[in-house]
Design a protein around this ligand. Structure first.
Ligand SMILES: Cc1cc2nc3c(=O)[nH]c(=O)nc-3n(C[C@H](O)[C@H](O)[C@H](O)COP(=O)(O)OP(=O)(O)OC[C@H]3O[C@@H](n4cnc5c(N)ncnc54)[C@H](O)[C@@H]3O)c2cc1C
Ligand SMILES: NC(=O)c1ccc[n+]([C@@H]2O[C@H](COP(=O)([O-])OP(=O)(O)OC[C@H]3O[C@@H](n4cnc5c(N)ncnc54)[C@H](OP(=O)(O)O)[C@@H]3O)[C@@H](O)[C@H]2O)c1
Ligand code: SF4
Ligand code: SF4
Length: 525
C-alpha cells in the first residue's frame, strides 16, 4: 500500500524531510526540484509509515487504497517518475544549512506577506538573534494564496496553516496595511532595518497588444481572479456573465482556474471562501461554454498535468478538445487525447480547448462592447474575453527594474548589500507555492552572507508604521472570518472593506463581529 502524492501538491518539500527512507523526489538539491510540477513517492521504497501525510501542509498525500477513483491516475504518475528518473546514487539529504553560532542581532523588514515573504521570514528566524517585521499593503496577509488560488482548491489553501506556524515564531511581527512606496519609502526602511527583503509579487497583467484589447468585456484574469477571491482592489467590480460563451486566452494553470470557475456548477463553490459578490453573480450566470485558446499546440500547453487531471475529474463539465487528433508525446498529451475521445453529454456545460488559435483582434459593437474575437483559426462570437496570459510586476519606487523581464535585477536575491528580493518580483511570475521556499532560502543565504561579511550597517532610526495592523489583529480577523463562514458551512467569509477588517482586528471581537456581520455576511445565503 504505497503512499501517493496527488493534485494539491505545491512542491514545498515538507514531506521530503519527514520521510525516513528518502523515497520522495525530486528533493531539494536534485535535478528538477524547483521546476517539477509536484514531487513523487517511489512505490518500491515507501514503507507506509505515514510520516509524510502529517508533514504535508495541503493534504496531498494519501495511501493508495484511500484514493478517489479520479485520483488513481496519480498512482502511475508517481511510479512513472522513478522509471524515468531512477537516480540510483541518490545522496542522503543534508538540507539543514549551518546557521551562525553567534546571535546575529539583525532587524529585517520583509515587504510582502505572500508565500515568498513568509518563507523568507521563516528562513531568517532560524538564525538566533534575528527579528523580522513583515509589511503588506493589504490588511490581510498570504498574498495569492488568499487572493489567487482558486476557491474550489481549498486543499491548497491549507498551506495557510503552515503560514500560521511561521507567524507564531518568536521574532515575527506584522505591519499590515502599509504600502511601501506610498506609506513608507525604501530609504526610510533601509534606515530603520539592517536589511530589507522585497517579496511584492507581480500584481498586474500582461497586455495582449491587439486591437480591441480595451473594449468593454475584454478583461484580465488578474482582475477576474482577484474579484472572485475577494481582493479589495476589485471590490464593487462586476463582470457580465449573462451570455452563453466566454473565451479565456492562454493555456496556463490560471486559464484552467478561470475556465473551471466559470463552467462548473455553482454548488461546487457554495461551501468555499469565494467572495460573496462572485457567488451571487455565478448563481445567475448564463455561461454554458468556455473556450480556452492556446496560441500553440497541445504539447506546448503551459498548464500542468495534475491540474489537467483535476479538471478532467470535475463531474459536471464536459472537457472537449477540438482539432485534429492530439499527437501523444507525454502524459499530458495522452490525457488530452483521451479527453478528445470522450463522448459529449447533451446539455452539459463545456470547456473547449482550441489550440493553434492565437487571438488577432477583439471586435466590438457601436457601444464599444465585445461581440467577437478573431483568431488564427477563425472568429468566435463572444461577449466576454478573459486574457490569462501571465502576470507582470510593477516597479518598486527607488529600486532598479528590468522592464523586459519585469523583475528587480538581482544576483541570488541580492539587489545590493542590505536590499534583497524573493518570489515573483525576483524570478518572474512562475512556479508553485513551494517554489518560493527554495527561492527564499537562496535570498536569505545571500543576506546572511552579507551580514557575516559586515556589509549591513546598523540602523539609524526606529521603524514606525502608524495605523498598521499587527499579528494579533490578523489572528482576530482570521477568527472572525472563519466564524462568519461557520454559520453557512464555509471555511470563511472574507471581509473586503477596510472598515470591516479594522473592526474585526480590534481586541473586542464580540463588538467587532456584531458590527460587521450585517454588511459582510448578508449576501452569502
Ligand atoms: C491565480 C493564481 C492561482 C494560483 N494557484 C496556485 C496553486 O493552486 N498552487 C500553487 O502551488 N501555486 C499557485 N499559484 C502560484 C503562487 O500563488 C505563487 O507562486 C506565489 O503566490 C508567489 O508568491 P509571492 O510571495 O512572490 O507573491 P504574492 O503571493 O503575490 O505576494 C505578494 C504580496 O506583496 C504585497 N505587496 C505588493 N506590493 C507591496 C508594497 N508596495 N508594499 C507592501 N506590500 C506589497 C501584496 O499585497 C501581496 O500580499 C497561483 C498563482 C495565481 C496567479
Ligand atoms: N494549481 C496550480 O498549481 C497553479 C494555479 C495557477 C497558477 N499556477 C502557477 O502560476 C504561474 C502563472 O500562471 P499563468 O497561467 O498566469 O502563466 P503561464 O503558466 O506562464 O501561462 C501563460 C499562458 O499564456 C500564453 N500567452 C502568453 N502570451 C500570449 C499571447 N499574447 N497570446 C496568447 N497566449 C499567450 C502562454 O502561451 P505560450 O506558452 O505560447 O507563451 C501560456 O500558455 C505558473 O507557474 C502556474 O503554474 C499554479
Ligand atoms: S509513507 Fe513513510 S515511507 Fe512512504 S513516502 Fe511517506 S514518509 Fe516515506
Ligand atoms: S505539498 Fe509539499 S509536503 Fe505535500 S506532497 Fe507536495 S511537496 Fe510534499
Amino acid at each position: 500500500m504505497p503512499h501517493v502524492v496527488t493534485q494539491p501538491c505545491c512542491a514545498d518539500a515538507s514531506c521530503v524531510l519527514a520521510c525516513p527512507v528518502n523515497c520522495i523526489h525530486p528533493a531539494p538539491g536534485e535535478p528538477g526540484f524547483g521546476t517539477a510540477e509536484m514531487v513523487f513517492i517511489d512505490p518500491a521504497e515507501c514503507v507506509d509509515c505515514g510520516a509524510c501525510i502529517t508533514a504535508c501542509p495541503v493534504g496531498a498525500i494519501k495511501p493508495d487504497d484511500k484514493l478517489e477513483l479520479s485520483e488513481r491516475r496519480f498512482i502511475d504518475l508517481n511510479a512513472g517518475y522513478f522509471v524515468a528518473n531512477p537516480h540510483p546514487d541518490r545522496t542522503p539529504l543534508a538540507l539543514v544549512e549551518p546557521h551562525s553560532p553567534e546571535p546575529l542581532r539583525l532587524r529585517v523588514a520583509v515587504v510582502g506577506a505572500g508565500p515568498a515573504g513568509l518563507y523568507a521570514a521563516d528562513e531568517l528566524l532560524k538564525h538566533p538573534g534575528v527579528t523580522v517585521d513583515v509589511y503588506d499593503r493589504l490588511l490581510t496577509p498570504h498574498g495569492l494564496v488568499r487572493a489567487g488560488v482558486a476557491p474550489d482548491h481549498q486543499h491548497t489553501k491549507l498551506i495557510q496553516n503552515l503560514f500560521r506556524s511561521i507567524e507564531e515564531e518568536n521574532g515575527f511581527s506584522y505591519r499590515l496595511g502599509v504600502e511601501v512606496g506610498r506609506d513608507i519609502t525604501h530609504v526610510e526602511l533601509t534606515a530603520a532595518y539592517h536589511a530589507v527583503v522585497y517579496a511584492v509579487g507581480a500584481a498586474t497583467d500582461r497586455a495582449l497588444g491587439i486591437p480591441g484589447d480595451d473594449l468593454d468585456g475584454s478583461v484580465s484574469a488578474t482582475e477576474f481572479v482577484a474579484w472572485y477571491n475577494g481582493h479589495p482592489d476589485q471590490g464593487g467590480r462586476t463582470f457580465d456573465l449573462s451570455h452563453e460563451r466566454a473565451v479565456v486566452i492562454g493555456n496556463g494553470n490560471v486559464a484552467l482556474d478561470v475556465a473551471r470557475i466559470l463552467a462548473q456548477d455553482v454548488s461546487h463553490l457554495e461551501k468555499t471562501d469565494i467572495s460573496d459578490a462572485a457567488l451571487v453573480a455565478l448563481r445567475e450566470e448564463k455561461i454554458t461554454e468556455v473556450v480556452v485558446l492556446g496560441r500553440r499546440g497541445p504539447a506546448e500547453a503551459a498548464f500542468t498535468l495534475p491540474e489537467l487531471i483535476g479538471l478532467a475529474s470535475v463531474d459536471d463539465i464536459d472537457v472537449v478538445v477540438e482539432g485534429p487528433p492530439v499527437e501523444v508525446t507525454s502524459d499530458k498529451t495522452a490525457l488530452l487525447a483521451e479527453l478528445q475521445s470522450r463522448p459529449r453529454r447533451p446539455g452539459a456545460r463545456r470547456i473547449v480547448f482550441r489550440f493553434h488559435s492565437g487571438p488577432t483582434e477583439i471586435v466590438g459593437d457601436e457601444a464599444g462592447r465585445v461581440v467577437r474575437l478573431e483568431t488564427a483559426s477563425g472568429p468566435i462570437d463572444t461577449q466576454l474575453v478573459i486574457r490569462a496570459i501571465g502576470y507582470r510586476a510593477h516597479p518598486v519606487a527607488d529600486l532598479p527594474f528590468d522592464d523586459e523581464r519585469a523583475v528587480i535585477p538581482n544576483e541570488a536575491g541580492r539587489v545590493a548589500p542590505g536590499t534583497y528580493v524573493t518570489g515573483w518580483i525576483k524570478r518572474g511570475p512562475n512556479g508553485f507555492i513551494g517554489t518560493n521556499k527554495t527561492d527564499s532560502e537562496e535570498t536569505v543565504a545571500s543576506l546572511i552572507a552579507d551580514a557575516g561579511a559586515g556589509l549591513l550597517p546598523e540602523p539609524t532610526s526606529q521603524p514606525t508604521a502608524p495605523g498598521s495592523l499587527d499579528r494579533d489583529a490578523w489572528l482576530r480577523i482570521d477568527a472572525a472570518e472563519r466564524a462568519a463562514g461557520a454559520t453557512s458551512g464555509r471555511p470563511r467569509v472574507k471581509f473586503l472593506e477596510t472598515e470591516a477588517l479594522r473592526a474585526a482586528g480590534q481586541p473586542s471581537t464580540r463588538v467587532a463581529r456584531r458590527r460587521i456581520r450585517p454588511t459582510d455576511v448578508r449576501n452569502s445565503h
